[in-house]
Structure formats: C-alpha cells, structure tokens
Design a protein around this ligand. Structure first.
Ligand code: TRP
Ligand code: SF4
Length: 442
C-alpha cells in the first residue's frame, strides 16, 4: 500500500505506480501535442499525470474562458523545484488562461510554524519577485493571500458540510493530536480552487490546478466536494445510455424540465423521462458527451441558486531529485539550487552533484554514462536546455561514452550562471511592480 502525504518529505520514485494506485490518468502526447507551442515540461513527460485535462483542452479548442489556480507555500527559499509550477503557470498564461495564485499563508501557519506576518514577508520578498522575474504577466492575473480572501474562508466552512471526519482521516491520516487549523487547511485549499468559479470571480469555468503529485489528496477531496454540490449527476448507465439524475429533493420536476430543454437545444432529441427515478435518459448521447452536458447544466444550477461547480482538472509533475541524489529540499542547501544563489554557490553545487558517470574516464568511454540517473542531466531536462534536439544529443553522447561529466558540468554551470544573473536583474525591477499582481482584497 502506498500513500501520498502532502506534508511529508517523501520522494516519489515510482510515478507510474502512483498513477495507477490513485486513478490519475497518464498525461499522453495526445493531450499536449495540439496545444500552442507546448511547454518542455509537458513535452518531456515531467508532467506525467492528470485528472480531466480533456476539459481544459476543450475550453482551449473552443476558445472558452478557463482558469489556472495554484498555490505557493510561503516558506523557505525558492529553488529550482519550486520553479516548475510557475513555469507551467506562465505557459498557460501565454495561451490565454486567467491566472489565480493563492499564497498559502494559512497552511504555512498551520503546518510550518510560520506566523501570518512571516508568511506574508516570505511571499513578498522571495516568491512573488521571482514569479515576476520568471515572466508572469500582470494582466488577467491575481495573487491573493488565503487569510485575506473572505470567499475562500467562507467556502472552506460551508463546503466542509459534505465531508466528514472519517473521510479526512482516511485521506490524510490525521490523528487526535493534529491541530485544528491543520485539519481545516485542506478545506481552505478547496476554497482556493473553487472560489474562482463564484460569480464575483467570473462564474463557473473549467479550472486547471497544476501541482506536484504530493498535492493529489487535496485534489481528490476538492473534486469530491465540487461534485457533491451539483444538483445533477450525469453518467453512463448500465444499459449504455446517458442518464441525467437529479440529486436533490426539491423542485425535481422543475429541474428535469430545465435539463430536458437544455439537452434538446443541444441536439439530443431522443429523451426519455422517468420521474420516479428523478431521471432523464438520452438515447442518442454517448459517454463523450458527459462533460459537455455536465458543464451546460452547471450554468442552469447557478441560475437556480446552486454553486454549479465544474469539477476542477489537475496535472501532476514529478519532483526534481536533489543534486546530492536525495530529496531536493530547502533545508538541505547543497541539495538545491536557489534562485537567489550566487553563480559561485551554484557552481560549487553543480561540481559536487551526483552524476551518472563511471568511476574512471576509461570506463566511461567504454561503457558510457547513465543520464537517467544524473542530476546534471536533470538540470538540462527540467530547466536549462529548451531545444529537444540538443538535449537528445547530450543524452546519446553520454550513453555512447563520447561525453564526459566534466564537460557537462561546465555547460550546466555556464547556463545556470546566465539564468541566475538574468533573474537577479529582473527581480530588482520586479519588486517595484508587485502591487500590479496582488489582489486588492480588504
Ligand atoms: N498545499 C500547497 C503546497 O503545499 C499550496 C496550496 C494552497 C495550493 N492552496 C492551493 C496548491 C491551491 C494548489 C491549489 O504547496
Ligand atoms: Fe551526466 Fe553528462 Fe556525466 Fe552523462 S556525461 S553522466 S549527462 S554529467
């Protein structure tokens, strides 16, 4: 039995198994190849899993509005592992997503021993300037603090009604000694993810949450909660039809009328109603139509006073290994390159990094190196080399024993120096522009 614990420091090695065990779907080429200029983290399988990404693809294809919501944990210094999420966010911004970024100050307070004030400082001094330096744009973008956004906290309270203690224990392994703010923090995260669908924030819409796979328990919780608040359930029935079932007990006939009218307008005419099952059966729809029907009915639910949440989608990226070969962690400085490291510090870390090289040069020439277990190669793969051909060449030359680790480390050092210098420069001007990004919550 494997488990995912969002607050532990486990490394996850076996991503395929993780995916299968938790019902995460594989992020296949099919999903990204038609996107505009697909990002390297998508192309290279670093984003390895997803839930309901098809919904996002459909919104992109149909030019409908959609949103990104993700969160940053304002603790410690920002390193290359943290850079991945924001790289993804910036990519999605470039293809039209509206961006919401939660500063998880309540979570940092609950689980990392920060005060809200300290968390705020870390966010403003460390993370946000780097986000801007990396290329986040202010238009259609807002960064907000969990503790300052009333809608997020209100949703956390109200939506929690549909989840009970046993479910929380089963998902997170909470015990009698877990503090209540910690216990509550997954619900705050659900509030983060779903509040962007409130009228005030533009209404119901497909929302993608790009995160590391450690966050999947929060996504499962949030998706369950979102679905639990829907008035309609749309599913494939045992006899192969699409059934639309009313889940609540009030206004059942009114809801069935509305659903029937809605699907007929969409071209499904062969509809059978069985009122005692609170159901409509569509004889001319298929499983591929389910999402579309669900989303169409969500707008109707909002008109009737419901939330109508569209189930949020997610993607999961692998974690970078630490340079030492162990977990990459802020608390082990030699395991990570921080975005504020000096070129000298970065160079030292790269020089000491674990590679897939052989013990002697001779052996390496004879047998080749092992790029898949090489931290220097990982730097190229995740961050430093954009051109797929160039990367492939390094891979092949390493395997064939033509490339030696010294040469690689030198190249990695040059590239990282360039990157860190540029970030440093951009951070300076970024600091002046922070207020363009921060939401004006009161
Ligand atoms: N729990 C996340 C972390 O540990 C931070 C976070 C808060 C978040 N709210 C979120 C992530 C909403 C994604 C979506 O890093
Ligand atoms: Fe890694 Fe380069 Fe050495 Fe190959 S040659 S093991 S890619 S550092």
């Amino acid at each position: 039995m494997i488990s995912i614990d969002p607050w532990s420091s486990t490394t996850y090695k076996d991503y395929a198994r993780l995916r299968d065990e938790f019902g995460i779907q594989e992020f296949t080429e099919e999903l990204w190849k038609d996107l505009p200029h697909p990002h390297r983290l998508l192309r290279r399988g670093i984003v390895f899993g997803h839930r309901d990404f098809e919904r996002i693809k459909r919104a992109i294809d149909k030019k409908q509005s959609w949103a990104i919501l993700t969160g940053l944990m304002p603790s410690g210094r920002m390193h290359l592992g943290h850079k991945m999420v924001i790289d993804e966010v910036i990519y999605y911004q470039s293809i039209g997503a509206e961006i919401f970024i939660a500063v998880a100050d309540i979570e940092a307070f609950a689980t990392r021993g920060y005060t809200l004030k300290e968390a705020e400082e870390v966010a403003l001094k460390e993370y946000i300037p780097n986000y801007i330096a990396l290329g986040l744009k202010p238009d259609k973008c807002q960064i907000y603090f969990q503790s300052k956004r009333e809608e997020v906290k209100d949703l956390a309270y109200s939506l929690g009604k549909k989840i009970n203690w046993s479910q929380m224990v089963a998902t997170y392994g909470f015990s009698g000694s877990t503090n209540m703010t910690h216990i509550f923090s997954p619900l705050v995260q659900t509030g983060d993810i779903l509040h962007v669908q409130l009228e005030k924030y533009g209404g119901v819409k497909p929302t993608l949450v790009p995160v590391g796979v450690d966050q999947d328990p929060h996504l499962r919780l949030c998706r369950d909660i979102a679905r639990a608040h829907r008035f309609f359930n749309v599913t494939l029935t045992k006899d192969g039809r699409i059934g639309i079932f009313v889940k609540i007990n009030e206004n059942v006939n009114k809801l069935l009328n509305i659903a029937e009218k809605n699907v007929k307008e969409r071209g499904f005419h062969n509809v059978e109603r069985i009122s005692r099952y609170k159901a409509l059966y569509l004889n001319d729809a298929s499983a591929n139509d389910i999402d579309m029907i669900e989303d169409a009915l969500s707008t109707e639910e909002v008109k009737l006073g419901g939330y109508g949440f569209i189930t949020p989608s997610s993607t999961y990226h692998r974690f970078m290994t630490g340079l030492t070969g162990e977990k990459m962690s802020s608390s082990v400085p030699e395991s990570a390159i921080f975005l504020s490291d000096s070129p000298k510090e970065a160079k030292k870390k790269i020089m000491n990094a674990k590679t897939g090289g052989r013990v002697t040069l001779e052996e390496q020439k004879k047998y080749g190196g092992d790029p898949l277990h090489c931290m220097v190669y990982e730097l190229f793969l995740y961050h430093l080399i954009e051109d797929d051909k160039e990367l492939e060449e390094i891979y092949n030359r390493c395997k064939d024993g033509e490339l030696m680790c010294g040469e690689c480390k030198k190249k990695a050092t040059e590239l990282i120096t360039e990157m860190l210098a540029e970030l440093k420069k951009k951070r300076e001007s970024a600091r002046e522009n922070i207020s363009d990004y921060i939401a004006k919550d009161n």
